[in-house]
Design a protein around this ligand. Structure first.
Ligand SMILES: [Zn+2]
Length: 106
C-alpha cells in the first residue's frame, strides 16, 4: 500500500463532496486518480487515498509463478527458478491479502 501524495508529499484525504484534498489545498477528483498499471486506488481507514496491487494482476503473477514452479525441472538452474517462483508466489499472495483487506477482490 502506498499513499498518493501531492508534490509536497502530503497525502490526499477524502472529503464529503467526493474530492480528495491535501494539506496545502490541492484537490484531486476520483476520475483524475491514475494508478500505475497493475495497481488500483482505494481509501484507507484514515480516509487517505492509497494504491494497492490490482488483485487481478496479483492472480496473473500467482499463475505465472505456479507455472514456473511446475516447469523448474526444465531449467539448468532449477533451484534458482524455484527460489524466484516461491518469492513471486509469496508476493502475489501478500498482494491478494492486502487488496482483500481493503475489500478489493479479483
Ligand atoms: Zn499538498
Amino acid at each position: 500500500m502506498d499513499r498518493i501524495t501531492c508534490a509536497h508529499a502530503h497525502p490526499y484525504a477524502a472529503r464529503p463532496d467526493g474530492l480528495f484534498a491535501c494539506a496545502c489545498g490541492e484537490q484531486l477528483a476520483a476520475a483524475d486518480v491514475e494508478p500505475d498499471t497493475g495497481q488500483v486506488w482505494t481509501v484507507d481507514t484514515s480516509g487517505a487515498l492509497v494504491v494497492v496491487t490490482d488483485p487481478n494482476s496479483a492472480l496473473e503473477s500467482l499463475q505465472d509463478a505456479v507455472q514456473d514452479l511446475r516447469e523448474a525441472t526444465e531449467y539448468p538452474n532449477r533451484a534458482a527458478v524455484r527460489h524466484q517462483a516461491a518469492q513471486a508466489l509469496r508476493e502475489a499472495l501478500e498482494a491478494l491479502r492486502e487488496a482483500a483487506a481493503y475489500g478489493i477482490t479479483p
